[in-house]
Design a protein around this ligand. Structure first.
Ligand SMILES: [Mg+2]
Length: 275
């Protein structure tokens, strides 16, 4: 009788200890599952990443020089202010800017930066694990016809433009660099701020060139361009790739400061800025 009385509290204590161990085990298992399943990479589709509320853009992002010192002409980027609602900061003097963007001087300045990038790449032994990262809009792809036709950033018009057939709307020097890098044996990957919603028409437009991966912003994700692109570059490194060249038209295509000695090259864009 007395033995039964002593066993009661002991049994309760053992049961409580067992329950604590079981809960701890469950917590460890859940944590392990979360770690393994996030993030995921989509080749030619999208990239899963946490939703981050938009942050106010830093003015410093707009102050980076638009040209390399060797460029023949000094062109200035837009200095207007982007907002969370209107993330694309467009030049207030579109007509004059478009004339500049079509000028021989500007085209020469653009080609000069791409030429520097190619010279840099020529000093690296090609390998398929070495990646040339290229941005799409206003780097590989030219949207000048859109800006000439619409003149302002309008989300609905831009979305319509994204979906319209645009075969061959390339900036020729970048198109040449991409083809050359691929022929040498480097991997070529595109990281774009375009939404995964626009992946089908985008991949259709890229159908006439060779590449190894294209990364789109996940549908409905409003994370800023800079952390999104940095996230994808880190994913590539985690997968064992070495990014040997990064070419873009926005400071948000890079981890600042931009280091040409590290294979980072910023081509000029007079029309808009994206923080
Ligand atoms: Mg771009």
């Amino acid at each position: 009788m007395m033995g039964t009385e002593r066993k009661g509290p002991k049994a309760v204590a053992m049961a409580a200890r067992g329950l604590r161990r079981w809960l701890a085990c469950l917590w460890v298992c859940l944590w392990a599952v979360m770690c393994v399943s996030w993030p995921t990479v989509g080749w030619g589709l999208d990239v899963s990443m946490p939703q981050e509320p938009p942050e106010p853009p830093s003015e410093a992002l707009f102050e980076a020089p638009s040209m390399s010192p060797a460029a023949p002409l000094a062109y200035k980027r837009p200095t207007c202010e982007a907002t969370a609602e209107n993330p694309v900061c467009v030049t207030p003097t579109m007509k004059e800017t478009l004339e500049q963007a079509r000028s021989e001087g500007f085209q020469a300045a653009f080609s000069d930066v791409v030429g520097q990038a190619k010279t840099y790449l020529q000093g690296i032994a090609p390998d398929s694990r070495k990646v040339v990262v290229v941005d799409l809009d206003e780097t590989l792809v030219s949207n000048l016809p859109f800006w000439e036709k619409v003149g302002v950033y309008d989300k609905a018009c831009w979305s319509k433009w994204m979906r319209s057939p645009k075969v061959g709307y390339y900036n020729a020097p970048v198109r040449e660099l991409v083809g050359w890098a691929k022929a040498q044996g480097f991997s070529v990957m595109f990281i774009t701020g375009r939404s995964a919603n626009d992946s089908a028409p985008t991949l259709r437009d890229l159908n006439d060139i060779e590449w190894d991966g294209t990364f789109f912003r996940p549908e409905g994700n409003d994370v800023r361009s800079q952390p999104f692109k940095a996230h994808v570059r880190q994913l590539l490194r985690d997968l064992g790739y070495e990014i040997v060249l990064n070419l873009g038209d926005q400071t948000s295509d890079f981890d600042l400061p931009i280091e040409t000695s590290q294979g980072e090259f910023l081509v000029p864009n007079l029309i808009y800025a994206i923080p």
